[in-house]
Design a binder for this molecule. Structure first.
Ligand SMILES: Cc1ncc(COP(=O)(O)O)c(C=O)c1O
Length: 441
């Protein structure tokens, strides 16, 4: 795992601000998830950090993926573009879920040729899916309690349990197959009751659907929300996992496939930001440090994720409560008002913030002319070759830059990705998710 000395050395080599991604930690987080939730297949929520190198490492570890936009889909796709058509299609069906319940018509039109699994939570969306992505399988997103979650999601998405079975039958009436249910208990959920209630709600919807004659559901997607261990108030993952395992086994027979969409849990602890002090002042008697990274950049989670990051210094000294401000000429750029930091730090000294991998660099901007922090990957095993690298003929792998990304789907690849007529027919009957899961072993 990354040491202070290594961080310092990287800052000396690359300058600051830096965003250092530790791929050993990513692999460890993935392994922990699998170890404690053996029945649950993790679909990494790409939105938490869509860096293609992170997606690549998790792909290599055997992750599945939750994508919520076409670029996220293509980000994952570049890892499988070289596979034979049948295998590629199996991967898309079995290991990708398009989990944004609201999709633009253009997105559905583009998605349809990949025959993906997509979520929905209302009739208007179903009508769009029927018309523009009839080859998709569908999963109904349920509204569940998000009590106490750091980021609440239930006011934007989710069908109420009372209307759920009507929506499942509505999919059936439109020639679509509802493969199962999904929910999200809210991001950074430390209230395990949210999961317990959501699993129980989902079980009663499964039951009611059966009673009303619909028996095709064989998938439960328990979403994201798994808390990152930001501080000691977050209980060990295995405690949450033990409760989830118990409830899932109690309420869902083994032939129901259980998947999840962890984002934060996979990536939060896998990155550290290193920033430099560029200014120092005393304001109203309080020490203020100005750094070269801020809330419009790596620390965007302060605004968008309601997350509070902490700073550590490389230098020792007597400590006081200090404010930490970002570099922009904007009053909103306040990273923290309550950091305990040495008072003797000088311009040019470095600070670092750990556990900052999720919802941070992902929403960094160029505001005020300041570029996002440079991203450094350490302990990466088999990166996608960059543009012009010798392995390029091995396809895909040119997609580390936006321009290259668009190149991944060459017309040839697109044609290959189109479902053959026979395959289309098979889709009309819809491949059982269950069967696909079995293949995975
Ligand atoms: C549909 C969906 N799945 C998964 C996630 C990932 O959640 P988390 O990072 O809390 O695990 C999100 C986050 O917003 C989401 O909207």
């Amino acid at each position: 795992m990354i040491t202070k000395a290594r961080l310092k050395q990287l800052a000396a080599e690359h300058g600051t601000p830096l965003f250092v991604v530790d791929h050993d930690q990513l692999r460890e987080n993935f392994a922990t998830f699998r170890k404690y939730l053996p029945r649950v297949q993790p679909y990494y929520a790409v939105k938490a950090n869509s860096d293609p190198a992170i997606v690549r490492t998790l792909y290599q570890e055997g992750a599945s993926f939750d994508v919520a936009s076409m670029p996220e889909f293509l980000n994952v796709y570049q890892n499988i573009a070289h596979l034979p058509q049948k295998e590629r299609q199996a991967f898309i069906w079995d290991k990708i879920i398009y989990a944004n319940p609201i999709k633009a018509i253009e997105t559905l039109q583009e998605l349809d040729k990949y025959k993906p699994l997509v979520t929905y939570d209302n009739i208007a969306e179903l009508d769009k899916i029927q018309k523009y992505a009839p080859n998709a399988g569908v999963v109904l997103r349920l509204k569940v309690p998000n009590t106490g979650a750091m980021v609440e999601l239930s006011s934007k998405f989710g069908a109420s349990p009372g209307e759920a079975v009507d929506l499942i039958l509505a999919a059936h009436e439109r020639g679509l197959v509802c493969e199962g249910l999904s929910f999200h208990v809210g991001s950074q959920t430390t209230n395990v009751e949210n999961y317990v209630q959501a699993i129980s709600l989902a079980a009663s919807v499964f039951e009611e659907a059966k009673e009303r004659g619909y028996t095709k559901m064989n998938l439960l997607d328990i979403g994201g929300g798994f808390p990152a261990p930001y501080d000691e108030t977050v209980k060990p993952f295995q405690e949450l996992a033990a409760i989830l395992n118990r409830e899932l086994d109690r309420l869902f027979p083994k032939d129901v496939q259980i998947v999840a969409e962890p984002g934060r849990f996979m990536v939060a602890t896998a990155a550290t930001a290193v920033s430099k002090i560029i200014g120092k002042a005393i304001r109203d008697g309080k020490l203020c440090y100005y750094i070269d990274d801020g809330v419009y950049h790596t620390f965007s989670g302060v605004i968008f994720d309601h997350c509070h990051y902490h700073f550590s210094a490389f230098k020792d000294g007597p400590k006081a409560v200090a404010s930490v401000f970002g570099p922009t000429c904007d009053a909103l750029d306040v990273v923290s008002m309550t950091e305990s930091l040495p008072t003797n730090l000088d311009i040019g000294d470095l600070l670092y913030s750990e556990k900052i991998g999720s919802y941070s660099a992902a929403s960094s901007t160029w505001f005020n002319g300041f570029p996002p922090a440079k991203v450094i990957h350490i302990y990466q095993k088999d990166p996608l070759p960059t543009k012009g690298a010798k392995k390029a003929s091995k396809k895909p792998a040119k997609a580390l830059t936006p321009a290259a990304k668009t190149k991944v789907l060459t017309p040839k690849a697109k044609v290959a990705a189109k479902p053959a007529k026979a395959a289309k027919k098979a889709v009309a009957k819809k491949p059982a998710k269950k069967a696909a899961a079995k293949k995975r072993g």
